[in-house]
Design a protein around this ligand. Structure first.
Ligand code: ZN
Length: 499
């Protein structure tokens, strides 16, 4: 066996262990009996320890070195070269961080998480404040290990969007904000009211309806399944087992449908990754932003399009003939595109979503830089909410305490959601150019041409290349820009609002 083959096998073992942990986690969130919780936590902790041991084994580092020497002449875009690049990068990053800091971060996050849940329930930020302070301090220590850098934010962002910097985000978000805020005002001032008929939509029928739509758009049920959970998510145990969950509200059938389509977008990405990358860290999305671009493309650019509802409305009505007897495709299309500036990010629409992200990005930077004190953070949040969205939280639960991310010590994650939205629009515009009759096919319920395009251009590559290189290869683009996103919104809302 060559050193590369042994390295690949070692990767495979780590990947198997990670997937086993993912399966235990999936079960915990879907079917596990409630009293099994402490045992499951113990099992997951044991597995995390075993995985960490394997990753930091000195034998693994030696193998990586030998494989590097062996593959020195491999073409840079070969799987060998790509895998070695990725492993080297991960290894260098990991070896910069002392084990003690890793443990402190894990411990602080575990404590912060329960404190956050309690604080959110009581709407009392002060209960979470000392934990946030501690996590920010530990993350500053973490970022310092990667000095020199232009912004303390960069090493944190790099964990989610390799190579992307705060400076690039500042430019991107300033441009987006300048175009988005006036557009939002125009939409809110002129959109006609529209809603899905108020009624009870049975749970069983909702689930069957979403299953049928998932089949139509190309989700492979022989290599995945859909279940229910409190928060919808996608998880994979191999390229042949990528599962999704959805959440059903009896009075809001469009919520489950769009959740299912969103998660399906993530799952289609992973089901489409080249088999030759299986059991390696390259069998994943190119970045968090890329992963989100696939879910947003299906959710917003397909699932909220006029063409999609031409196909989908008759299906919807077949499951709910009574509830929808007076409704039309046009009405449901307008309802799924209704815009309203609200307080909660996860319930926000396509137009306001990125403004929620900008708020969090600004807060994170100021908190990490120390220009904003933790004690002043709730007031700063509320002021930014007013400034960006025109709405102000009445308590901390609907303001600064609404998201889980900071309680996990995750700073730098939020911007990837906005990056995903912008990338989705860029991807869609590329598809429009290259796939003849794209919308006409969608209106007929034929999603194959779009899926084939995504498979060929994006999915198959997985995490083989850096995000910047993936962007170049898949979309022939050199940077992420807001123009496509804005243009698509303007086009849709000029039809809805008549401007
Ligand atoms: Zn997502």
């Amino acid at each position: 066996m060559t050193a590369y083959e042994r390295l690949r096998e070692a990767c495979g073992v780590i990947r198997d262990l990670e997937h086993t942990a993912a399966l235990l986690d999936w079960d915990q969130q879907t079917f596990m009996p409630v009293n099994a919780e402490p045992d499951r936590v113990a099992q997951l902790t044991t597995l995390a320890g075993v995985i960490h041991e394997k990753q930091t084994d000195p034998g693994f580092a030696r193998l990586l070195e030998q494989a590097e020497a062996e593959c020195r002449d491999c073409p840079p875009d070969s799987v060998q070269a790509c895998l070695i690049r990725r492993l080297r990068r991960d290894f260098e990053k990991q070896s910069k961080v002392p084990v003690d800091l890793v443990k402190q971060l894990a411990e602080a996050a575990a404590q912060a998480h329960s404190a956050w849940a309690g604080a959110r329930e009581k709407a009392q930020f002060s209960l979470f404040a000392p934990h946030l302070e501690r996590l920010l301090d530990l993350r500053r220590q973490y970022a310092a290990l990667f000095a020199p850098h232009e912004s303390i934010y960069d090493p944190l962002l790099d964990n989610f969007e390799e190579g992307f910097t705060a400076k690039q985000l500042d430019v991107l978000f300033a441009d987006l904000r300048r175009k988005l805020v006036p557009l939002l005002r125009r939409i809110i001032d002129s959109q006609p009211p529209a809603e899905c008929p108020k009624a009870v939509y049975g749970e069983k029928e909702q689930l069957a309806f979403t299953d049928e739509v998932l089949h139509a758009i190309g989700y492979d049920f022989t290599r995945g399944r859909q279940d229910q959970s409190a928060h919808p998510f996608t998880t994979g145990f191999s390229l042949n087992d990528v599962r999704i969950t959805t959440r059903i509200f009896p009075e809001m059938p469009l919520s489950a449908l769009l959740s299912s389509i969103h998660e399906c977008g993530h799952a289609l990405y992973e089901q489409g990754i080249s088999r030759e990358l299986d059991r390696t860290p390259l069998a994943d999305g190119a970045s968090f932003g890329f992963h989100e671009s696939q879910s947003r493309l299906w959710e917003n650019l397909v699932g909220r399009s006029r063409a999609f509802w031409e196909y989908c409305f008759p299906v919807f009505r077949r499951y709910f003939p009574e509830q929808l007897k007076e409704a039309s495709a046009e009405q449901i299309w307008r309802a799924v595109n209704h815009v309203e500036a609200t307080l909660i990010r996860t319930e926000s629409d396509e137009v306001t979503y990125n403004l929620h992200i900008m708020l969090r990005y600004e807060m994170e930077k100021e908190l990490l830089n120390g220009t904003l004190a933790v004690k002043d953070a709730p007031a700063a949040w509320n002021a930014k909410s007013m400034e960006l969205l025109g709405v102000e939280p009445t308590n901390d639960s609907e303001g600064i305490l609404q998201d889980i991310h900071w309680s996990m010590g995750e700073f730098g994650y939020f911007p990837t959601y906005a990056v995903g939205n912008l990338l989705a629009a860029q991807t869609w515009c590329a598809a429009e150019k290259q796939v003849p009759g794209l919308e006409a096919e969608i209106a007929k319920g034929n999603f194959r041409p779009l899926l084939d395009f995504l498979r060929r251009k994006v999915h198959v590559l997985g995490a083989r290349f850096t995000p910047a290189e993936t962007l170049r290869r898949s979309l022939d683009a050199s940077e992420i820009v807001p123009d496509h996103f804005i243009r698509l919104l303007e086009k849709k809302y000029s039809q809805i609002c008549g401007f």
